[in-house]
Structures are given as C-alpha cells and as structure tokens.
Ligand binder design. Sequence first.
Ligand SMILES: NC(=O)C1=CN([C@@H]2O[C@H](COP(=O)(O)OP(=O)(O)OC[C@H]3O[C@@H](n4cnc5c(N)ncnc54)[C@H](OP(=O)(O)O)[C@@H]3O)[C@@H](O)[C@H]2O)[C@@H](O)CC1
Ligand SMILES: Nc1ncnc2c1ncn2[C@@H]1O[C@H](COP(=O)(O)OP(=O)(O)OP(=O)(O)O)[C@@H](O)[C@H]1O
Length: 485
Amino acid sequence: MQSVISSGPSLEADSVSILRSIIPGLESTKHKGQAGKIAVVGGCREYTGAPYFSAISALKIGADLSHVFCTKDAAPVIKSYSPELIVHPVLEESYSIRDEEKSSISAKVIAEVEKWMERFDCLVVGPGLGRDPFLLDCVSNIMKHARECNVPIVIDGDGLYLVTNCLDLVSGYPLAVLTPNVNEYKRLVQKVLNSEVNDQNGTDQLLSLAKGIGGVTILRKGKSDFVSDGKTACAVSIYGSPRRCGGQGDILSGSVAVFLSWARQCAAKGELSMNPTILGCVAGSALLRKAASLAFESKKRSTLTADIIECLGRSLQEICPTEDLTFLSHNTNFCGADTRATKRRENVECFRFGQLIEPSFAAGMVDGWVRVTLRNFEVLLLCIVRRKRSGGRTGAQPWAITRGQTSDVSYTQAAILEVHDVPPSTLRSMSAYVPSYVSPFVPSFVSPSVPPSNFSFSVPPEMTIQLMRMLEFMILRQSGPQATS
Ligand SMILES: NC(=O)C1=CN([C@@H]2O[C@H](COP(=O)(O)OP(=O)(O)OC[C@H]3O[C@@H](n4cnc5c(N)ncnc54)[C@H](OP(=O)(O)O)[C@@H]3O)[C@@H](O)[C@H]2O)[C@@H](O)CC1
Ligand SMILES: Nc1ncnc2c1ncn2[C@@H]1O[C@H](COP(=O)(O)OP(=O)(O)OP(=O)(O)O)[C@@H](O)[C@H]1O
C-alpha cells in the first residue's frame, strides 16, 4: 500500500484511504466471527453507559461479536440496553466482598476471562471501569493474560488510570494502544516524561512518550487526534463536531478495536506496509469523527453519544459503500470454469452473468488481457475477438474474468491497479467500452495512438471505485441480446 502518512510538515493521515484499505468485504463465504470478536472490560456500579457505548459501536461498525466483562451490579443494566451484547457479570468491587474472599474471587475472575481470551481479536480495557483497587487488581491480571496471548489491548478511561500507575502492564507491548483524553494525557506525560504537556513541541513529545513506554501506540484525543508508536506520528483532523458530550471516547475505543483487528488481518496477508496498530487508530478516529459530524448536522446542540452511534452506519456507507463491496462477490458466486481458457491461462475462471462462456466461443480467441490487480483480489478482463459461427470477425468484446482469492473479494481496498499485456488493437477496440466518466483518468485506454504492446499503468486508489464501475458497465453491456447472438 502506498504511504498514507505524510512525511512533510503536515502530519495529516489520509484517513479515508486508510479506512477503505482496511474495511473487509462482505462475502457469503465468511462465517460468524471472521469480521472480529471484541471484548470490553469495563462497567461498574457507577458507569454502565461507557462499556455499552464501546461494545455496541464495535458491533455497529462491523464486528461479529461483542462481549462485555463487567461487575455483577452493572451486568443486568448493560444487558437491558441491548440483547446484542454478550455480557459476563464477573468483576467484583471491594464493597461487595470480604477481605478473606479476595484471593479466591480474584482467581475465579481470571479463570472466567481466560476461558474466552484466545477467541478475542481485541480487548478494550477501561470504559466505565471505576477505580476500585480490588477490581483494578483483577483487571491487571486480565491484561497480563491478554498480553501472554498476544491479544491487542485498547486502553481508555480508568484503564489509563490503572496503567499510568503501573506502566509495566503495557511497557514494551507493541499491541497496546492508549487513548488518553486531555487529563489522561497530562498524567501520562507527567509520569513517563517527568514534565508538563508542551504543545509547542507536541509531536516530539508524543513520539517520546510512546517510545518511553516501549513502543506502545498512543492516540492523543482532542481537536485533532494524534497517533504515534514512537517511530512515526500522524494526525486525524477531518470531520468532527463542536459538541463535547461524554461518551465519544468510548465510541472511539470500540471503533479502534475493530479497525485494529481488521488492519491486523490485512497485515497477516502481507497487504500492509505500515504498522497496523497505527492504521487501526487512524481509521477508528476518522470514523468516529465522521459520525460525530453527521450527528451534529441533524441534532446540533442536543447531539448525544447515542445519536453519534446511530450515524456510524451511514458514515461507513458514505466512505466505503457496501454496493461497491458486494458487486463482485455477487458475480463471482456464479463463476464457472472454462476448460480451454484454463488450459491457455493458468486456472482462469470465466463467467458472464452466471453462464460459462461457451467453450467453442472462447477457445482460441483470447486476444488480450487486461489484468486489474487489486489488493487481495484480481480481476482479469479477457478481451476476445468474437467470431461469427462461420468464423468471421465481428469485433472485440471485453469479458470480465475473476481469478485469485475469490473468497476474499474486496476491491474497494485496492491501492494499485495494473494493466498489461494488452495488444494495441484490443486496446483500441476496448476504448469503445470505456465510459466517459472514467476516460479522463485512464487516458491510455482511449488514446487512438498505438500503445506499446506490453502496456501498463497505475491508477490512484481513489479511482478504484470508478474503475470497478467501468468493469460493471462492460459486463452489463455484454448481458444484452447482441452479446449472445
Ligand atoms: N455514560 C457513561 O457511563 C460514561 C462514563 N465514562 C467513564 O467515566 C469514567 C471517568 O472518565 P472521565 O473521562 O470522566 O474522566 P476524566 O475526564 O479523566 O476525569 C474527570 C475528572 O474526574 C476525576 N475522576 C474521574 N474518575 C474519578 C474517580 N473514580 N475518583 C476520583 N476522581 C475521578 C478526574 O481526576 P483524576 O483522574 O485527575 O484523578 C478528573 O479530575 C471512565 O470510566 C469513563 O469511561 C465516560 O466515558 C463518559 C460516559
Ligand atoms: N476539541 C475537540 N474538537 C473536535 N473533536 C474533539 C475535540 N475533543 C475531542 N474530540 C473528539 O472526541 C473524541 C473523544 O475525545 P474526548 O476528549 O471527548 O475523550 P474522552 O474524554 O475520553 O471521552 P469519554 O467521554 O467517552 O470518556 C476524540 O477522539 C476526538 O475525535
């Protein structure tokens, strides 16, 4: 993926491209759990809203399952907010137990959470956790266990209070993300750097802070959100709202947890060249800020956290529309293999709106290929010269062909697009099929001049959707009666 974090004086990340590059496709081949399983550790007698906001946001953004581990008092309340959440009433506060029970209860708490830990893609620790010493002690053990299992941990709210007083819990753990607000950041700077917050030199201070805690990622919340892992730093300033109702940080923690999990999935497939933790933070922040701006547009001063949560879906849709995500997967469901084409071109599957290309029709007529290489999916436009049954040429026709990881279609995530091996004659013929809204961006396609025979070009990521629409357009043209005559 190309660099999305600028190295010049501006720190602003290309959040929209990052979001698009991380959001997975929606495919019928996936099963529950593959889009993410998130757990929030938080919720006590005083605070039941915060863990709910965090966990429900994770679900609304696209995680498949969202758990909450909270105190026994908080659990029925959180369950009553939503039947979608899986709520575990496992934590205890000092007031509800006797001193002599503490060690056995502590062991029970950790045993209960351990059962689940390896299933989670990310843990959020802190929303509405409170500051009861016994409870925080149990949560320290949960964090240690998460760390042993290599589960990423997003730490917010009272989780940051805990961590600031016991830095060893996260120090040197690259899968830890701290999301401090203005107060929490101040406390961290004082504790780790033994100084006061210095906004004149804010980026350097943030870098030093992240480095000082051994390379954890810090997302400093504020007018702009700043993210650093101690090596690189970037900012998210787009969108946002002037309304500062409590709970937005909780949405952020759930959002970062989901995007971090998705970014790690991309990284595991070798699709990212950047720290997925940073990308998860940038995407999580940008989405929250977009939802806050949409909510403010309609609710103005009365905007509440629940209104922002309601706008998460629309925000995702505006940034990365689901029809774009599903178009190809819909069509690939109907793929069928064409044996002769397979022989000619390494395992290529041909389809045309659910039908095989007639072998007799396709055989020997491959005239050129346009290969569109997307991040985890490959589309081949096979250009064949159609012949009448008698054998006479009738002109070039492009056909869409898919190949590669068809179970992982996600073409809006494309960063690079290559086209090559297209003979000049085919390119010229194809220009007839290129809709005018795409042609300015693909000048070589429509150029009447003769391109080199091994022709290739790159298309910027923002053009990907238009190009995919072009493919759709081409296929649609082929579904008309004249295509089969
Ligand atoms: N609807 C809900 O359920 C919501 C619940 N929320 C939840 O609330 C929790 C606190 O988070 P917050 O963001 O309000 O704390 P923040 O701004 O750092 O501190 C403000 C001032 O208060 C003080 N202070 C805090 N806790 C204290 C304590 N136990 N005992 C004593 N002092 C305490 C603090 O002092 P200091 O930290 O400097 O000691 C500072 O001066 C957290 O779990 C969050 O998730 C929010 O997410 C919003 C929606
Ligand atoms: N001054 C600001 N201008 C614009 N957006 C802001 C501003 N301050 C915070 N935000 C946005 O609100 C998000 C939450 O930040 P905030 O400081 O409210 O966190 P918090 O206090 O931890 O939240 P919570 O109330 O959930 O505990 C930030 O990620 C940022 O996008």
